[in-house]
Unconditional design. Structure first.
Length: 408
């Protein structure tokens, strides 16, 4: 209307003005009608479904070529999660095997919407869901569903058999033991011993204790007085798909009266450093087995993976400290500590660093070099690792990432 108000009607005949006005109205009606036709007739499409995370927290990403509004139909109590996405339909039925908390999935058209059906491998519930618009070089929309385990056994509704997806035989967990220092890096010195020799003897003893159970595969980052770079130790474990990494060390202090064991896990500052290290190159997502098609989603999956790893590491630290205390091993007053140590930086391998005692304390040094005391200590460590792997799934809690859980 602001444009018309500036028109000098004296320069127009009334007839010409009326015809122009009618044409303008007809044009607007045509545009609105076309818009209504597009809105009512054209539908978006479900492009694909992707997964990330683990058996505690699993992220489901539904790629869409236009926006959609989600509604929860089933929330997981009966072994299924069903979400309706209005405004998009699959070109054809989509189905496949899932991962983590999802055993299998399918997407089917339901009128002017799609039904995303997730058959659960174990009891789970929706933690949050949201819509990501195009951005950061991504041309399509992404509807994200975050699931978390509840620790209860899933149930199937009456009349519907439980879906079964073939699974590969379970493999024994692979544990990497890292004997600290070695070669030209002897570590700390006591009155009668060097840290590198003490850690190697302990690593060999722990390997023997773990292998004796028959439940684990065990490898060492070094088996002799050799030097292995810190980042190489982590890389070896990651390349082998290790399930756990434990680095053995002997502490040192200025006060010879200070003694006792402690366990280190990765600090928040170290976690930030780890993310920067792993996202430095172009193909960083490949080293973490991420999809690699959507950088923003891959970064989210990396954050989820790292949070899960940090929580598992903390759980391992607690079980180790509990077993060491039960074995009456001397402990520092604040025995669970955190730091940004290089051997703890892997974002996808739970890791701890065990300071077995102070080599600068005469009594601790004696225990570290005594064969019987060493076996007793490593037996307690092995029992802590054993307990860690026996923990029920619900015992490992991932830190909340926040965010709205309402309708996207």
């Amino acid at each position: 209307m602001h444009g018309l108000s500036r028109i000098n009607l004296s320069r127009w005949g009334l007839r010409e003005w009326a015809m122009t006005a009618v044409a303008f109205v007809v044009f607007c009606v045509a545009v609105l009608a076309a818009g209504r036709g597009i809105a009512s007739g054209a539908m978006g499409e479900v492009l694909r479904v992707r997964f990330g995370g683990d058996a505690q927290h699993t992220r489901v990403v539904v790629d869409l070529d236009r926006t959609a509004r989600g509604q929860v139909i089933q929330s997981g109590d009966d072994g299924r999660v069903v979400v309706s996405l209005a405004g998009v339909i699959p070109e054809r039925g989509l189905t496949g095997a899932g991962m983590g908390l999802v055993r299998g999935w399918r997407v089917a058209g339901a009128g002017a919407a799609s039904r995303v059906e997730l058959d659960l491998a174990t009891s789970a519930e929706i933690e949050r869901r949201f819509l990501l618009p195009p951005g950061d070089g991504i041309a399509h929309y992404r509807y994200v569903i975050d699931l978390k385990a509840t620790g209860r056994a899933p149930t199937s509704p009456p009349g519907r058999p439980e879906p079964r997806v073939p699974s590969r035989p379970a493999e024994r967990p692979l544990i990497f033991i890292d004997a600290g220092h070695g070669g030209h890096d002897p570590g700390a010195s006591g009155a009668e011993s060097r840290e590198s020799a003490v850690t190697l003897a302990a690593a060999l003893a722990l390997k023997q204790e773990l292998e004796r159970t028959g439940r684990y595969r065990v490898r060492l980052t070094r088996e002799s007085d050799a030097y292995v770079a810190l980042y190489r130790r982590v890389a070896i474990a990651r390349q082998a798909d290790a399930d756990l990494f434990i680095s053995l060390h002997a502490d040192a202090g200025a006060d010879p009266a200070t003694r006792g064991a402690s366990v280190y896990t990765l600090s928040e500052q170290g976690a930030g450093r780890a993310v920067r290290e792993f996202t430095r190159g172009e193909n960083w997502h490949r080293s973490l087995n991420l999809p690699g098609r959507d950088p923003s989603v891959d970064r989210i999956l990396l954050d989820m993976t790292q949070r899960a790893t940090q929580n598992r590491s903390a759980q391992l630290a607690r079980t180790l400290l509990g077993e060491l205390e039960s074995a009456d091993h001397p402990m520092l007053r604040r025995s669970h500590r955190d730091a940004g140590l290089a051997v703890l930086l892997a974002p996808d391998v739970p890791a701890v660093l065990l300071e077995m005692g102070f080599i600068t304390n005469p009594e601790d040094e004696r225990l570290l070099n005594d064969g019987r005391a060493r076996r007793r200590l490593m037996r307690a460590v092995a029992e802590g690792i054993d307990r860690y792997f026996r923990e029920p799934a619900g015992a490992l809690q991932m830190a909340s990432t926040g965010g709205a859980s309402g309708q996207p």
